[in-house]
Design a protein around this ligand. Sequence first.
Ligand code: NAD
Ligand code: UGA
Length: 486
Amino acid sequence: MGGRPSAYPHFHDSLFVRVSTCNLGGGIMAFEKNILCIGAGYVGGPTMAMIAHKCPQYRVTVVDTNPERITAWNSDTLPIYEPGLDEIVKGARGRNLFFSTRIEQGIKEANVIFVSVNTPTKTFGAGAGMAADLQYWEKTARQIREASQSHKIIVEKSTLPVKTALAMERILTATANGVRFDILSNPEFMAEGTGVKDLESPDRVLIGSRETPEGIKARDELVEIYANWVPRERIITSNIWSSELSKLVSNAFLAQRISSINAISSLCEKTEADVTEVARAVGMDSRLGDKFLNASIGFGGSCFKKDILNLVYLCRQYGLDEVADYWDGVVRINDYQKERFILNMLGAMFNTLAGKRICLFGFAFKADTGDTRESPAISVSRRLVEERAELVITDPRALENAEEDLADVQGVVTFVEDPYEAAAGCDAIAVMTEWDIYNTLDFEKIYETMRKPAFIFDGRNLLDHQRLFEIGFNVFPVGKRSLTHF
Ligand code: NAD
Ligand code: UGA
């Protein structure tokens, strides 16, 4: 069976009976460790694929309650698009990487269990719209407790409110069956679209543990796993609460930079300053750095907003209202930026969008992913439909998700793969995602097929604005002077 990928989940499940052994390269070889990951999503799948790829001596199994997801991980079409991931998964799958729905059996056999289930914003009850919804995570803790018969190291991979490990410890030790659990926090810092590169060469790996002898022993065991490919100086350790909090704070700081430059973009539009020039001048200060200063339509993705809201909620719970208000401002500026984009469109197109056809270039929350969770394109689409515009949406990877996101929208929305076809007959193009391919299009040809006057609203400052203007477009970038023929 060594090295043979399979499209059949039950084929991999049969491996569970041979605990820690597998036929590798013709001979039976015992694995050094059995690693399990609960949650086969955007984080669980790629992180475990990287461990399996780098560490053939470990057996890595990823389980999920969603059988379709598992079937997809076992097929030729993986459930997520991430550059470079196919090769890694296909190289390790069936050798030392397995995807399965048999959670209980996986727990029984594992020495180390990563928990990478989703932790979305709560939509009901106390803390609705702010706090993290920990129901999936808590269910997992209970499942681990029920199925475990031997010592386990439990690794929090999901992003969680600070002090969650304490609750996990309490749940796991709530029965007196004598099984010991050591809880570690090991938040994930990968970004989508660059996930494989980020996992292969992370800026840092953070491991938080209890500062007891058992906690430190467990921490060192996890350090050894990463040390198979990550330089030791990039593996940092801390107390468990610092680790949990560092993840929320990292995302908050990253999002804060985007909101900072986006806030300045609105001032640039009023003053004829150019936000790209301002970002360049500011970013060359080595104390600040030049990354994450691209003004945009606003940040999206499944985590920034949810993690900041979670931080805000935590601060309020501890009575730190001023601190909560400060971080809440990052989300408010992001919402403002999306609304500003719509109002700019409305103003530029003679204060009515009713009956106008608008083509959205891109729907994913960023380039190189098919993920549309919290994509600014979702709220922009809804607002445009409210204004009675007709939408044509194109994206190289995210059309299926886009259709799901807008399934309930009452209005004219069509989904077209080819950008030339999508733009034909439209009054305006709005760039939502910075896909490279949009820069390679023949805009003269596109201009010919559009209604006149033709508009481009570049929500990513991706395109060559001067050239578009020369072709005949009226061009509206973010944080820069607009180029119009009126
Ligand atoms: P996801 O929704 O893509 O995947 C989570 C998976 O967990 C789903 O497939 C779901 O079916 C499964 N699941 C839920 N409850 C389960 C249970 N009891 N047993 C087994 N499986 C269960 O989520 P994601 O994007 O992978 O994020 C997971 C966590 O990682 C979140 O806390 C997120 O904040 C964090 N994170 C995400 C990213 C990212 O790039 N997406 C990066 C860093 C951290
Ligand atoms: C982000 C973080 O970068 C990761 O470190 C973190 O692990 C992850 O969240 C998480 O916890 O989920 P991700 O959301 O995948 O990763 O992608 P980013 O590259 O951070 O982009 C987020 C959003 O900000 C995108 O909509 C992107 O287009 C936007 N962005 C980014 C800007 O508008 N301007 C910038 O300069 C950079």
